[in-house]
Design a protein around this ligand. Structure first.
Ligand code: ADE
Ligand code: ZN
Length: 348
């Protein structure tokens, strides 16, 4: 499609207003320090930080593990169904205001069940927030259950089993947490079982880990999308495979800089991945920890890489293509996106 010229000054507003999907957001990573302290007080949980400011000051990460240690500590305030509801509701309000029309939300049940929180409390709290956001804002919100890869496959199996009574409340499974030393093939059997159950399958791979982890996520776990995947750039054969099969990569620019995967946004490889024909999408990962929600990721990335309307349209289009919505729904979002850009042209 023919795209209008948009001045750099006008681009941020276009990025913020365009319809888009978010496919890589950990709901526990949307817990803002203020809400962490509110919930700690409500539940009588003692935090190892004195204040919101002290907690925020600890957000200086050197790698993925240094972040995960603080992220799991923050999640310790979640105990009741209403806590899970409040967390997801806060995110969904922001997402709707950012013109996110569809979101596929990761949650980490093992972080909560290990503390004695029942699986039903977690899933029902999150599900009710998704339901209400759909009713009130028209946003479509689905859940993806993630297995923690630093734990055993046996633990992942027990988690899947415990979640099965709520099977109708989540659309897929994923794999997250500490990547190095925990290759995808460690979870071959639980992913095979998840596929048999008709669940969608995705996995974090190639965030800090090598291209070999992306290969094994594809070949052993048979995932439909790769979360992050930015290390694939170091393997030309892998790049060719990802491009040929249009396996989506859910890339998280601000996260990658905060966790020192790239020194600066200007050095991020998203443009190279796009230019190689990969189905790249932009996502926020853990927005409360990484300094921005989805639109901040778009605006800062576009400024740093000097991207324009062509990339904006492509990235939003990819977000719908890569989603797990049905074909007719995808077409209607793609039509909405096209109309949005056509209307811009008229007002030029
Ligand atoms: N859990 C939350 N955020 C994560 C990330 N960026 N990588 C792996 N696991 C995560
Ligand atoms: Zn992630």
């Amino acid at each position: 499609m023919h795209l209008p010229h948009i001045t750099p000054q006008r681009l941020p507003s276009v990025l913020r207003r365009m319809p888009k999907a978010e496919l890589h957001i950990h709901i526990e990573g949307s817990l803002e320090p203020e809400l962490i302290f509110q919930l700690a007080e409500r539940n009588g949980v003692k935090l190892p930080y004195e204040s919101v400011e002290a907690l925020r000051a600890a957000y200086a990460f050197t790698d993925l593990q240094s972040f995960l240690d603080i992220y799991y500590a923050g999640a310790s305030v979640l105990l009741k169904e209403e806590d899970f509801f409040d967390m997801a509701w806060a995110y969904l309000q922001k997402a709707a205001a950012e013109n996110v029309v569809h979101t596929e939300i990761f949650f980490d049940p093992q972080t909560h069940t290990a503390r004695g929180v029942p699986m039903g409390t977690v899933i029902q709290g999150l599900h009710h927030a998704c339901q209400r956001a759909h009713q009130e804002f028209g946003i479509s919100a689905k859940l993806i259950l993630c297995f923690l890869r630093h734990l055993s496959e046996e633990d992942a199996f027990a988690t899947l089993e415990a979640a099965l009574p709520y099977r109708h409340h989540f659309i897929g499974v994923g794999l997250d947490s500490s990547e190095l030393g925990h290759p995808p093939e460690k979870f071959a059997r639980v992913f095979a079982r998840s596929r048999e159950l008709g669940l969608h399958v995705v996995a974090h791979a190639g965030e800090e880990g090598p291209p070999a982890y992306v290969w094994s996520a594809l070949d052993v776990l048979q995932v439909e999308r790769i979360d992050h995947g930015v290390q694939a750039i170091h393997d030309p054969a892998l790049m060719q495979r990802l491009a040929q099969e249009r396996v989506p990569l859910t890339v998280c620019p601000l996260s990658n800089v905060k966790l020192c995967v790239f020194p600066t946004l200007a050095q991020h490889n998203l443009k190279q991945l796009l230019d190689a024909g990969l189905c790249v999408t932009v996502n926020s990962d853990d927005p409360a920890y990484f300094g921005g929600y989805l639109n901040d990721n778009f605006v800062q990335l576009f400024e740093a890489l000097e991207l324009g309307p062509r990339e904006a349209y492509q990235l939003a289009f990819n977000s719908f293509e890569a989603s797990f919505a049905d074909a007719a729904t995808k077409r209607s979002w793609e039509h909405q996106l096209k109309t949005f850009f056509e209307d811009l042209r008229e007002h030029d």
